[in-house]
Structures are given as C-alpha cells and as structure tokens.
Ligand binder design. Structure first.
Ligand SMILES: Nc1nc2c(ncn2[C@@H]2O[C@H](COP(=O)(O)OP(=O)(O)OP(=O)(O)O)[C@@H](O)[C@H]2O)c(=O)[nH]1
Ligand SMILES: [Zn+2]
Length: 199
C-alpha cells in the first residue's frame, strides 16, 4: 500500500453532492483525491473513472486535449448512475509534470506529436503509475468496477493490481479541431480506442 487516507468532506457540484476523500502517498507526501457518489459499498461493480490531472484542460479551458470535457462528462455520468467514483490522479502531463508538459506543447507547436515530444524531452510516452489508483480503490473498499476509459493500458494495470474490471465503458467527448491530431496520435501510437470524426 502506497497511500493513506487522510480526510473527507461533502463536495456539492452542479450534478449532485459528492464526498471528496483525500489520500497521501506514504513516501512522497503527494496528494490525490477520490470523488465518491452514493453508496459504493455494495456487491455490484462500481462505475469508476480514473482522471489524470491536466491543469490546462481541467481548469484553464484548454482545447489541446479532451480532459476538461471528460472530467465533466464523467462526473455527470456517475451522478446520473446514482453511485460511482472519480479518482483524480495527480500525475500531471502523463506524469512529466506541468512545466515539462508546457515544454512538450512547445515542441508540438513546432510539429512533433505528443509521443515524439515526450521522447525528445527524455521521457517515455506515458510515465504514469496507475497502481496508485488501485490503492485508492482498495482504501475505499472497492475491488470490482466498470471503468470509464478509452485506454486499454488502464484496464490492464488495474487488473494486474487486483481490481476486477467487469466492463470498459468508452468516454469519447470533446473532440475538436485543436485536438484532432493529438487524439489521432493517441489512437495510432498509444493504443487508445477512439472513433474519431475529423480524420
Ligand atoms: N506529456 C504530455 N501529457 C499530456 C499531453 N496532453 C495531455 N497530457 C496529459 O495526459 C493525461 C491524460 O491522458 P490521456 O492520454 O488524454 O487519456 P488517458 O487518461 O490515458 O485515457 P482515457 O481514460 O481514455 O481518457 C493528463 O495527465 C494530461 O495532462 C501532452 O501533449 N503531453
Ligand atoms: Zn488534458
């Protein structure tokens, strides 16, 4: 176990009142949160979204990616289902950090794709560690989920970490002319399952 559970409180949103639960990584002190809706301690699989931190998309309205749209759609879908979990996984920029993501964006402005930009900066295409997400689920007492994602890697790593995934549910929202190349690269180079309209 890489985390401890630290604090929780009510968190009203436009779509209903969630409970926000804060976790801390034992070795680094890095914090993560879960947004929990309804009764998750039932036997049925729980609708779950793993959302990777994206300051630009989540808070600053960036159209370079689909993150802000996915965040809102996932919270709405969970509230509508009456129960579910959104894990806000604080590994910004596929875990290269905000400043390196801005460096990667600058390289993409010069013509590199999102994978090539990471590599040029000395990183793997995706540096995230989803075992932290499995640990959050375990601390919430949840081991059977339906996962909202287009990324088969998330399904694989969570299953390896002991979480049962009964279903992968696509979350395809926010495609626009600014992110069409980014989404196409995710589909072609990173194995994401996407049905793109622009290309
Ligand atoms: N390094 C880097 N990170 C990016 C870039 N664009 C978005 N991100 C980060 O990518 C993460 C989101 O990952 P995505 O690949 O969009 O989606 P995913 O989480 O793997 O898959 P889904 O579950 O289908 O959304 C967030 O942490 C973003 O900050 C980029 O060009 N470079
Ligand atoms: Zn983003």
């Amino acid at each position: 176990m890489q985390l401890k559970r630290v604090a929780q409180a009510k968190l009203p949103t436009p779509w209903g009142t969630f409970i926000i639960i804060g976790f801390e990584e034992l070795t680094t002190g890095k914090d993560h949160v879960a947004m929990v809706f309804g009764d998750i301690n039932e036997q049925q699989p729980i609708l779950t979204r793993i959302h990777s931190e994206c300051l630009t998309g989540d808070a600053l309205f960036s159209l370079r990616c689909d993150c802000g749209f996915q965040l809102e759609a996932a919270l709405k879908q969970i509230a509508k289902a009456g129960k579910g979990i959104l894990l806000y996984h604080r590994q910004e920029g596929r875990n290269i950090g905000l400043l390196n993501k801005i460096r990667a964006y600058a390289l993409q402005d010069q013509g590199l794709d999102t994978v090539e930009a990471n590599e040029q900066l000395g990183f793997a295409a995706d540096e995230r560690d989803f075992t932290i997400c499995a640990d959050m689920l375990k601390l919430l007492g949840v081991n059977k989920i339906q996962l909202l994602t287009n990324n088969p890697e998330k399904v694989k790593v969570l299953q390896q970490a002991g979480i049962t995934i009964t279903e992968r549910i696509p979350l395809e929202v926010g495609e626009n002319p600014n992110n069409e190349h980014y989404l196409a690269t995710k589909a072609h180079k990173m194995g994401h399952i996407l049905h793109l309209h622009h290309k």
